[in-house]
Design a protein around this ligand. Structure first.
Ligand SMILES: [Fe+2]
Ligand SMILES: [Fe+2]
Length: 282
């Protein structure tokens, strides 16, 4: 088992579809890199949830394309999607119900099988039917019905976000989720002091911060931000289970939303979208 590097020959040739495939591959690599990390279990749960959420969105995109061009292998391909979706959902459910019974290496085997046997094999079979067909761009810009981004009118590519977490592996997964929806400008801080330097230097549209950063509480960062004119909002704080007692205090300190590790990609993205539309950036 190893990480898998993206290669051009893995591309279907449709930028939106290839971006989805890169996101799935990167999530698998993020999980591989987290083996042995102190937050391995939380990263495993976050990756499983993200895979389920992105698969819904991606499969809807592919199935729309196949239907539009009358791809003859459509029924078998949709059945393969259903099997992958079912297996991913079963792993995520088992993680939620009996976390220790889900082995990281088994999940990686499943994700690698997905990349090699589906993306690099089954998906290549429809490329000849869809690449170059007129009208596909319009189909792909329509938001898939799964609504992963939570706000079709929000242009994620224009946003600038700051991620604060003392765990580099967890920041990596959060970056993959955000880049997967299209965010291009993401700054990272491993501690509160670095976050302050970044916030002094650049304007950001939102902050997503760990609840406890290197032994310091996110309330310290929130308190510093509240003292500033035009402090960046929204601020999403991501707590661990053991930190649940801090919820009320973190909200009182100025957090706009609280999430929990393992993070749900859908909750992160739909929550950010809702907050960003309610609170226009300065
Ligand atoms: Fe695919
Ligand atoms: Fe597919």
């Amino acid at each position: 088992m190893a990480s898998i590097a993206w290669r051009e020959l893995m591309g279907v040739g449709i930028p939106e579809i290839d971006a989805d495939h890169r996101t799935l591959l990167t999530l698998a690599n993020d999980l591989y890199g987290a083996i042995g990390d102190e937050e391995e279990r939380l990263i495993l749960g976050s990756v499983l949830k993200a895979v389920c959420d992105f698969a819904d969105s991606h499969f809807a995109r592919e199935e729309t394309l196949m239907a539009a061009v009358g791809y003859p292998g459509q029924a078998a391909h949709i059945a393969a999607h259903d099997r992958l979706r079912g297996r991913a959902a079963a792993l995520a459910r088992r993680y939620d119900g009996d976390g220790p019974s889900v082995d990281t290496k088994d999940c990686l085997d499943f994700l690698h099988h997905w990349v090699v046997d589906h993306i690099c094999t089954a998906d290549m079979d429809y490329r000849g039917w869809v690449v170059g067909r007129p009208g596909l761009a319009t189909l792909l810009t329509d938001e898939p019905e799964t609504g992963l981004d939570g706000a079709p009118n929000l242009d994620w590519r224009q946003l600038s976000l700051l991620l604060v977490d003392d765990n580099a592996r967890f920041r990596r997964v959060m970056r993959t989720i955000l880049e997967g929806i299209g965010v291009r400008n993401i700054a990272e801080a491993p501690d509160i002091d670095t976050a302050k330097v970044i916030l002094d230097a650049v304007a950001v549209d939102a902050v997503v911060t760990d609840g406890q950063i290197g032994g310091r509480c996110s309330r310290d960062l929130l308190g510093w931000m509240r003292e500033r004119p035009n402090w960046p909002r929204p601020v999403v704080v991501v707590l661990c289970g053991a930190e649940q007692m801090d919820r009320a205090a973190v909200l009182a300190a100025g957090a706009d939303e609280i999430l929990e590790k393992p993070v749900s990609a859908r909750r992160l993205l739909t929550g950010l979208a809702r907050l960003l539309i309610r609170i226009p950036s300065e």
